[in-house]
Design a binder for this molecule. Sequence first.
Ligand SMILES: *[C@@H]1O[C@H](CO)[C@@H](O)[C@H](O)[C@H]1NC(C)=O
Ligand SMILES: *[C@@H]1O[C@H](CO)[C@@H](O)[C@H](O)[C@H]1NC(C)=O
Length: 365
Amino acid sequence: KSVEGLLLGLKRRLPQLEADVSVLEQEDDGDLYGTVSLQVIENELSEIQNLIDKLNSTTHSHQRLNTDTAEQVRSLTGDQTLFFSRRCLKYFTLAMVIVTGPNTYSVTEYGASYAYGSWGRDPKPAAGKESWFWIVPLTSSNVFSNFVRLYSSLSSLVVGVSVPGTVAIHPSNPTTNTIQGPNVVMYGDALYYNCYNKDAVCRFNITAKTVTTVGLPKGTGFNSKFNFCHLDACYGYTDMDLATDESGVWVIYSTPDNFGNLVLAEVIPESPPTLGRTWTTSAHKRAVTNTFMACGVLYATRYLSKEAEEIFYSFDTVSGRERYDIGMEIKKMSTNIQSLNYSPVDHMLYAYSDSMVVSYKVNFG
Ligand SMILES: *[C@@H]1O[C@H](CO)[C@@H](O)[C@H](O)[C@H]1NC(C)=O
Ligand SMILES: *[C@@H]1O[C@H](CO)[C@@H](O)[C@H](O)[C@H]1NC(C)=O
């Protein structure tokens, strides 16, 4: 079944890849969008190569198809346009954080059904789950979900073959312990999220299938009180943003005491989880579209246009220093980004954007 899924994925992706390469051929070599498409295509090529290798090692009955496919990939890799465009790769070199890509983008197996959601990779995976990916689509009213969907690799996610399958938190949706809002993360084989109708963080243990919670300080916004916004709209039920980085799990929220500005707190993964150190910032939550943590630094984004989002703000938890001059643009594949999170294992930013899953490479300058 898994092999059939992989084959189907290959059949769907190869014509798309060929079409992408011919679009790239019509673009200027030095152009930014050419560069971005090139990175997407290169990534696609290497993923397809991985699929072929996996198929080749899995079965002998598909050798013939593998050989044909391998030949197709080889001819695309040797393409002159790709060769010349590679020399034009540009990076945005700005202070501290450098984001390139998108590296990959794809629809999920749910197609365009769920505009809100999140996806990513567990930075502290259980043994044997190192290459797993997860998706949480908000399946009810763009607000609630009652399950996490697991994939054994990025390729499986892209072709929609969920081999580990779905792990349900509760059969009903929404109810107590339902996932509320899109900014969910997975850490240490557990899902961290804003609990249904509560000013609290829930932790769902994937193995034990149990939920433990930690309450946030009195006054913390929930049920769409302090959302991420831009000038035209707010993103509903984004009061609580969970984040991961090298040091663990964080929660970003807002309170009237801090005038609706961002508050950052450590989530200590004990049983039950507790809150650690807390920092208040001067960044107004409604002027921010999302946040993520990397190396103990909080970053916030804002909406520039349908094509670009900007990392404009940072807060360093070590020095306490705030900056509003980051100026790092992120090229979007769709207008809205509903969730954004950094994974320290592969230094990637994972974005869920209008039902698409998108990832970016992060470097530190
Ligand atoms: C499949 O694996 C065999 C043995 O490792 C190798 O000789 C062959 O070139 C591979 N085929 C493809 C299409 O990669
Ligand atoms: C999840 O449950 C398993 C099995 O009961 C336990 O060994 C593990 O420590 C739990 N994980 C967390 C993060 O509490």
